[in-house]
Design a protein around this ligand. Structure first.
Ligand SMILES: CC(C)(COP(=O)(O)OP(=O)(O)OC[C@H]1O[C@@H](n2cnc3c(N)ncnc32)[C@H](O)[C@@H]1OP(=O)(O)O)[C@@H](O)C(=O)NCCC(=O)NCCS
Length: 215
């Protein structure tokens, strides 16, 4: 698809309602791959360390205020095809993640409020390459829904979230899991490859465990 040339936008929206264009944000590098009306919109209070945004093909990335630790060691890649969107709501923390919206149309990743993401986490919004039926030649990759992580979900270390996944609020994704489908139930621990519910009726908080064990 050839997209018409259009100016890109990089904005910082401040709490007082003012807007800064092309801001310098500590710890963040933004690379516009082409001039096709891409939008990067950050909100005051969004903090970054060693993080890169690569965006092209009329895509949009919006990041609200993070926790004080912010978004570290991460990459947002939105390119190939077109019209991709990633939204990170208020109060999210990320130790190290790759958000991959690449090849396909209108791919999306939506992260809710107060989500806690560990390191080595991958959000894979599309298969990227074609799978076809050997008899008919028909492309059989299903068109993915956007990835949705609802409010207050904890995503453990080295988790892969595949295309079309959704996770309901107050849930935990166990270390090393590969999540491949939608989970409608709230307050669950999901783990394994492919990930399944391993516990119901749970919730979590950011407090460090040490002093709390056994209490
Ligand atoms: C998923 C998790 C929260 C469950 O912890 P828990 O409530 O103490 O549960 P248990 O250890 O009793 O495990 C319950 C069951 O799930 C299984 N399980 C737990 N974690 C699993 C994982 N990551 N992958 C596969 N299975 C897992 C256990 O083997 C057990 O199975 P069983 O009932 O057949 O014996 C925890 O194992 C985990 O992965 N925490 C994330 C840690 C992390 O990434 N920290 C990074 C810091 S941000």
């Amino acid at each position: 698809m050839i997209l018409p040339e259009k100016e890109n936008t990089f904005l910082l929206r401040k709490r007082d309602g003012s807007v800064e264009e092309n801001p310098h944000i500590e710890g963040l590098k933004v690379v516009f791959k082409n001039k096709t009306g891409n939008q990067v919109i950050l909100y005051e209070g969004a903090k970054f360390e060693n993080t890169k945004i690569i965006i092209g093909d009329n895509s949009k990335l919006e990041i609200k205020a993070t926790t004080t630790t912010g978004i570290r060691n991460s990459q947002f890649v939105l390119e190939g095809g077109g019209g991709h969107h990633v939204f990170i709501d208020n109060g999210v923390s990320i130790q190290g993640a790759i958000f991959l919206c690449k090849s396909g149309e209108n791919l999306g990743i939506n992260i809710g409020k107060d989500v806690m993401i560990s390191d080595g986490v991958l959000f894979q919004a599309s298969d990227i390459h074609v799978i076809f039926d050997i008899y008919t030649g028909e492309i059989i990759n299903r068109y993915p829904d956007e990835i949705v992580i609802e409010d207050h979900v904890w995503i453990g270390r080295n988790v892969t979230i595949n295309k079309g996944v959704s996770i309901s609020k107050n849930s935990i994704i166990g270390i090393g899991s590969v999540v491949t489908k939608k989970f409608e139930e709230e307050n669950v621990a999901i783990a394994g490859n492919p990930a399944r519910i391993v516990k119901n009726g749970i919730n979590w908080k950011r407090d460090y465990l040490g002093s709390l064990v056994g209490k």
